[in-house]
Design a protein around this ligand. Structure first.
Ligand SMILES: [Zn+2]
Length: 119
């Protein structure tokens, strides 16, 4: 891995857009659980619907987590949310500390990784 000197974050816009869309999909899947389960519990045949909703939700959740795990950081090329076997959906790359909104923010003077040296 190279030193992450300040760079123009605009060149990462496409990659960061992909990271943000995967994060949004994951959070939407997580948030949809409660209303979907409440609707299933209100239905007359609730035992069947709860089973269907839960089974569908868990499959979609696995897919959403898998997509979020494998999305690559546009700066360092490593998995944005995964460090080894650990999945951490933080707002910064776990490898180079690129912020998920770096293309929308003012450029940082230097990388937080360089500032705090977490290696
Ligand atoms: Zn990175």
């Amino acid at each position: 891995m190279t030193d992450h000197a300040p760079t123009d974050p605009k060149e990462y816009a496409d990659g960061l857009k992909k990271v943000r869309s995967r994060r949004l999909f994951l959070w939407l899947v997580i948030l949809i659980y409660l209303p979907a389960m409440m609707l299933a519990l209100d239905s007359p045949n609730y035992k069947t619907w709860v089973t269907i909703v839960f089974a569908t939700w868990i499959v979609v959740l696995i897919i959403a987590v898998a997509f979020a795990c494998i999305v690559r950081c546009p700066r360092c090329g490593e998995c944005f949310h995964t460090h080894g076997p650990t999945f951490l959906p933080f707002r910064r790359c776990l490898h180079c500390a690129l912020h998920v909104n770096a293309d929308k923010r003012a450029p940082e003077a230097d990388s937080p990784k360089a500032k705090y040296g977490n290696k």
